[in-house]
Design a protein around this ligand. Sequence first.
Ligand SMILES: C[S@@+](CC[C@H](N)C(=O)[O-])C[C@H]1O[C@@H](n2cnc3c(N)ncnc32)[C@H](O)[C@@H]1O
Length: 218
Amino acid sequence: MRVDVFTQVPHAFGWLTEQKPLATVLGSELELRFLNYRDTTPLRSGQVDDDPYGGGAGMVLRVDVVDAALEAAYGGDRPARIVALTPQGRSLDQAMVEELAQESELALLSSRFEGFDDRIVSHLATDAVSIGPYVLSGGELPAMVVLDAIARRLPGALAEGSGEHESFSAELDGGLEYPHYTRPAAYRGWEVPDVLLSGDHARIDRWRRDQSRSRSLA
Ligand SMILES: C[S@@+](CC[C@H](N)C(=O)[O-])C[C@H]1O[C@@H](n2cnc3c(N)ncnc32)[C@H](O)[C@@H]1O
C-alpha cells in the first residue's frame, strides 16, 4: 500500500515512522511519502493559504495550491481515495480503518489555521474524515492517527495473533476486548482473577468471552 501525506509540516512525522508497527511495515507493506504543499505551490514565496472571502480571522488553505500538489504527485492518475482530514468529516472508526487499509493507494490531506477552502473537500477529496468531535491545530496528528491505525492492519505489522481479538474488531463483533493481567498476581491487595491462574484453558476462554461481552454492553 502507498500512502501520501500532504502537509505543511513533514518533519512532524519523524517520530511515528521510527515506531512499531509503522517502522516494521515501512518499505515492505507500506510505502510512505510526505509532500509539502510549499514545494509545489504555484504562488510566490511558498505561499499556500490566504484570507477568507467575506472576512474573518485566520488563513485558509487554497484550492489551487492543493490541486497543484496533487497534480505534481499524480498527474492525471489520482488515487481512488483522497481523504481530507477535518473535524467536519465522518468519524473515524475501526470499520473505516479496515476499509482504508484495503486500498492500494491513499492520499491524506491535512490543513492548519482555519482549515481548507471548502472546494478542496467538495471537489478534490473523495472523503472527509474526523478523528473526533474536537478541534486540533492541524491535520498532522489526525494523519498520524490514521497512519498508525492502518499500519496495524497490514500483514506482518504485529506479532502473530496480537491484532486478532482487539477492541472494535469484527472478531468481537465491534465490541471490547477482555481485560489483561500480568505479574505480580497480587499487588497492594488487588488480585488477578483466580480463573486466569487455573491453567484451565476452556474456563479461561469462557471467562474472557463473558468479560468481553459484559464490557461491550456496559
Ligand atoms: C484549527 S483546524 C480548523 C477547524 C475549522 N475552522 C472548523 O471549525 O471546522 C485546522 C486543521 O486541523 C485539522 N483538524 C483539526 N481537528 C481535527 C479533527 N478532529 N479531525 C481531523 N482533522 C482535524 C484539519 O486538517 C483542519 O483543517
